[in-house]
Design a protein. Structure first.
Length: 599
């Protein structure tokens, strides 16, 4: 394959997902009896990705997540949406009409460098630890099974099941277009919302802040689920605001479905269920509040039911593996979700917008957000004095940051809404001043460019996207030091059970079972207890059916134990890892004195 062939294949996969998302979103909008020309194109794409993910999950629940069914449903949605489009002749408000082609072109232009990052093989830590292995298991089985060998054997699966549908018809590189499309659609919706709340210049600022955040393109191209979570949460809150200002119950139902689907992507998405409900019913007459909440709640519950019903059916815990004190213990039990609590927790939340830009080592060390994330706080505060209604959008951000774990990639879930708050505030402060609007547009161009420069710099650091097996192996070896050890195991023992220490994120690269993590039935702590009880690593490995041990060369106690166990035979070693094969135990020695004499 050539680079042109790789780009063509990725472009074809993107085109298929684009058309499928547009078709599914349009059908959803028509089903809710919303005027199609009043729904922004970016919101149509958000609704479409929601519908595609929910449909894939339903297929998985009945064991039918196979390529023929995926292709059939996609084709049916294309045909139905195309017929409706031809019959009505209507277009989405964010579509190509009345000068909005410029907006679509600008979004495509700033998103294009990020698309180049999706051409690389999977490199994200969480992506190769459990997101992609989960999607592979779904695609391989046609269902959505419980996966006990993974760090999180079950969780809200909408992003993974959507990628599993892509895997049934394309390769693992193609799954990375989901995150890219989510960020691209988010740019359009951020622009639309901020423009509606202020001016077009405010909309450009809002979109540029998100586009100029390197972490957005990093997460979008490395298989994290936060881009899809961010899009659905943003869309839910935008639809909720439209519901507050209109009499259409369709907006309430759409908002509830989007919020419930955000919860189906990740537990953090549960925040958007009450948040969007509050936006939708804010200042609503008391006489209609109950009815509005009922419509919203039914839609949200319907969207959450497949994901959380599956959780309860398998584990009895809708928040598995968290809160075991409420739902019962399990080998995967996680006692802490928020990490720090009390005063320390509030202090960490208060500085997180500063930390994700200027003190990234405190929040995971990932690429930064735009500096405006921190520096825009006084802009938002100043705008409240002129337009108090903007406080509701900023309040969504504050509420999330107060509740979510403190880590940079978690912040992306609320980042688009914060961008709307900053952009709309800037538009309000500048007002109708021509000079101010020109200045905001110039600032927006400069902000957006930083995201593109990050993509260019990353491409230069990684080199050209690999187009052959050898090139892919070289790249993965350079980026993931344990890859050669796993490749050795794939060649010599493809089906054998391997226990690994310090190699948790190599699960997706291993052709056979790769056990060993910080939790689960064979966690490192549990295995250390087995080693102590059996007086040897090999005996403990035999007990769990493992024939090989992979140990990172980091000087841990496992390194010392492995070298001291005579039944572990070294079969591979490099500067980063060692692989040992478990040799059979020696048979019991016979008594040299022979059998006892007969009488």
């Amino acid at each position: 394959m050539t680079l042109a062939g790789l780009v063509a294949g990725q472009s074809l996969a993107l085109a298929m997902l684009l058309v499928s998302a547009w078709a599914a979103g349009r059908l959803a909008v028509r089903t809710l009896r919303l005027p199609v020309d009043a729904v922004p194109l970016s919101l149509t794409f958000a609704a479409g990705l929601m519908v595609l993910a929910q449909a894939a999950l339903l297929l998985g629940l009945v064991g039918a997540l196979r390529a023929p069914m995926v292709v059939t449903l996609a084709a049916a949605s294309w045909a139905a949406a195309g017929w409706d489009r031809w019959r009505t002749g209507s277009i989405e408000a964010g579509g190509l009409g009345r000068g909005r082609a410029a907006v679509a072109f600008a979004v495509a232009l700033v998103a294009l460098p990020g698309a180049a990052l999706t051409l690389y093989p999977p490199l994200g830590f969480d992506q190769t630890l459990y997101h992609l292995p989960t999607a592979r298991a779904f695609a391989a089985t046609g269902g959505v099974p419980f996966l006990p060998a993974l760090r999180y054997p079950i969780f809200p699966p909408l992003a993974e099941v959507l990628n599993a549908a892509i895997l049934t018809v394309a390769g693992d590189v193609a799954t990375q277009i989901t995150g890219w499309l989510a960020i691209a659609a988010g740019l359009g919706l951020v622009y639309t919302w901020a423009r509606e709340r202020s001016t077009p210049a405010g909309g450009w600022i809002a979109a540029a802040i998100l586009a100029g955040s390197p972490i957005a393109w990093y997460l979008a191209s490395t298989g994290y689920v936060e881009p899809l979570l961010a899009l659905l949460g943003l869309a839910a809150c935008y639809a909720a605001e439209r519901a507050r200002h209109g009499a259409d119950t369709g907006w309430l139902a759409l908002s509830g479905a989007l919020a419930g689907s955000a919860a189906g992507v990740k537990y953090l998405g549960l925040y958007f269920v009450p948040a969007a409900a509050l936006v939708a019913c804010l200042q609503a007459p008391r006489s209609s509040a109950t009815r509005r909440l009922a419509i919203y709640g039914l839609a949200a519950a319907a969207a959450m039911a497949p994901s959380y019903g599956r959780l309860v059916a398998h584990t009895g815990n809708p928040l598995f593996p968290f809160y075991p004190e409420l739902f019962g213990p399990s080998p995967w039990a996680a006692q802490e979700f928020l990490g720090r609590r009390g005063v320390d927790r509030l202090a960490a939340a208060a500085t997180v917008l500063w930390d994700v830009v200027f003190r990234r080592e405190r929040v995971g060390g990932l690429p930064p957000f735009s500096p405006v994330f921190a520096l825009g706080v006084p802009v938002v505060v100043a705008a409240w004095w002129r337009r108090p209604s903007l406080a509701a959008i900023a309040g969504l951000t504050a509420g999330y940051l107060a509740l979510a774990p403190v880590h940079a990639h978690y912040v992306l879930a609320i980042a688009p809404i914060w961008c709307v708050a900053i952009g709309a505030s800037a538009g309000v402060l500048v007002g109708a001043s021509r000079a101010g609007r020109v200045a905001l547009f110039a600032i927006a161009v400069a902000l957006a460019a930083s995201g593109g420069w990050f993509a260019v710099a990353r491409v230069r650091a990684l080199g050209p996207p690999p187009v052959g097996v050898d090139e892919r192996v070289r790249l993965l070896t350079a980026q993931r030091p344990l890859y050669p050890a796993v490749q050795f195991l794939n060649r010599t023992a493809p089906g054998a059970v391997v226990y690994a220490v310090g190699a948790e994120n190599m699960v997706d690269d291993r052709l056979g079972p790769l056990l060993g993590d910080h939790n689960g039935p064979v966690s490192h702590a549990r295995m250390q207890a087995r080693v102590a009880g059996r007086h040897g690593v090999a005996a403990a490995l035999e007990e769990i059916g493992a024939g090989y041990l992979l140990v990172r060369e980091d000087g841990s106690v496992w390194t010392q134990w492995a070298r001291g166990d005579p039944r572990l035979v070294p079969v591979f070693a490099d500067a980063h890892a060692r692989v040992y094969r478990v040799s059979p135990a020696a048979p019991p020695a016979r008594d040299s004195a022979g059998p006892p004499p007969r009488d």
